[in-house]
Design a protein around this ligand. Structure first.
Ligand code: ATP
Ligand code: MG
Length: 270
C-alpha cells in the first residue's frame, strides 16, 4: 500500500511547506518513487520546486491540482476530466514528481458547494497513479478547508510541523481532535506520523519552556529530531532548490534526520 502523508497545521508559517518539499526530496534521493501534491492556493511548494515561467506554461497546457479537485473543471481535448497523469510535473529537485497548485483553489470551497464527494476528490484522482509511487506527500494550507480535507481524506498519515511559540503550541490538541472527528465522520483511518518541532531558534517568548511543554504534552508523538531556523532553508525555497544542495551541512543533516525518522515512524524502509 502506498503511504500518503499530509503536512497539516492550522497555523501559518510553521514550516509545513519546507518540510513537505524537503521530505519529498529526501524520499526521492533515497530511491522512493515520490509524488508531492501542493494543495495550498499560495502555491509555495510548487514554487519551491519549479520556476514561475515553467509553471505558467504548465498550468495552461496541463492543468493543476485545481482541475483535479474540480475548482476549474478544465477538460482534456477529448472532453475527459483531467487526471493526475495529465497535471503532474516529472522529476523535480532530487527526483520527485509534483502535482502543482493554482490560486484558483482559494475559491474551491464555494465552487464545490453542493457538489458530491467534495472532500474525496483527491483520493479518487490519486487511485490511477498510486501503484507508481512508494509515497505521496501532500502540502496543505494553514486551515481545514476543502483542500486540506481532501489531503486528510486521502492520507494514511498526517504530520504536524510546529514552531515552538505559545500560539502555535496551543493549537495542536485542537487540530488532533478536529482531524479525529473529521475522519470518524468519513469512516477513514489515519495515523499521526508525528509532530515535528520546526523553525526552532526563531525569537519567541519562553521558547525553551514551550518546547518542553510540547514534548511533555505529546510524549512519544514528537520526533526526537527537530529543524532549526537557518537562512539556507529559506533561501532554498526562494531559489527552487532543496536544502540538500545548499551547502549548509547542518541544515542538510537536520532535514535528513527528521525525514529518516518520519519514514521510520510511518514504516517505510529505504
Ligand atoms: N528551518 C527554517 N529556517 C529558516 N527559514 C525557514 C525554515 N522553515 C521554513 N522557513 C521559511 O519560513 C517561511 C514559512 O515557512 P513555510 O512556508 O515552510 O511555512 P508554512 O507552514 O508552509 O506556511 P503557510 O502556512 O503559509 O503555508 C518561509 O519563508 C520558509 O522559507
Ligand atoms: Mg505552506
Amino acid at each position: 500500500m502506498t503511504n500518503i502523508v499530509a503536512m497539516v497545521n492550522l497555523k501559518g508559517g510553521v514550516g509545513k511547506t519546507a518540510l513537505a518539499v524537503n521530505f519529498a526530496d529526501h524520499c526521492a534521493r533515497n530511491g522512493l518513487k515520490t509524488l508531492l501534491v501542493d494543495l495550498d492556493p499560495q502555491t509555495n511548494a510548487t514554487f519551491s520546486a519549479m520556476g514561475v515561467d515553467e509553471w505558467d506554461e504548465h498550468k495552461d497546457n496541463n492543468g493543476t491540482v485545481a482541475d483535479l479537485l474540480g475548482a476549474r473543471d478544465h477538460k482534456t481535448a477529448d472532453g475527459e476530466r483531467k487526471t493526475v497523469a495529465d497535471v503532474l510535473v516529472k522529476n523535480l529537485l532530487g527526483g520527485f514528481d509534483l502535482v502543482p497548485s493554482h490560486l484558483d483553489l482559494f475559491t474551491v470551497d464555494l465552487d464545490l458547494a453542493g457538489k458530491p464527494n467534495r472532500e474525496g476528490r483527491l483520493k479518487k484522482a490519486l487511485k490511477s497513479v498510486l501503484d507508481q509511487y512508494d509515497i505521496v506527500v501532500c502540502d496543505c494550507p494553514p486551515n481545514l478547508t476543502i483542500p486540506t480535507q481532501n489531503a486528510i481524506a486521502a492520507a494514511t498519515h498526517y504530520v504536524v510541523p510546529v514552531s515552538p511559540d505559545f500560539l502555535s503550541a496551543i493549537g495542536i490538541a485542537l487540530l488532533k481532535s478536529r482531524i479525529a472527528d473529521f475522519c470518524d465522520d468519513l469512516d477513514h483511518e489515519i495515523e499521526l506520523g508525528g509532530i515535528v518541532l520546526s523553525r526552532v531558534g526563531r525569537p519567541a517568548r519562553k521558547r525553551t519552556e514551550t518546547i518542553a511543554s510540547i514534548r511533555g504534552s505529546f510524549d512519544g508523538e514528537v520526533l526526537d529530531n527537530q529543524l532549526t531556523e537557518r537562512v539556507k532553508v529559506a533561501e532554498a525555497a526562494e531559489e527552487a532548490r532543496s536544502v540538500h544542495t545548499m551547502g549548509d551541512r547542518e541544515a542538510k543533516d537536520e532535514f535528513n534526520s527528521v525525514s529518516a525518522e518520519l519514514l521510520q515512524r510511518i514504516g517505510i524502509e529505504t
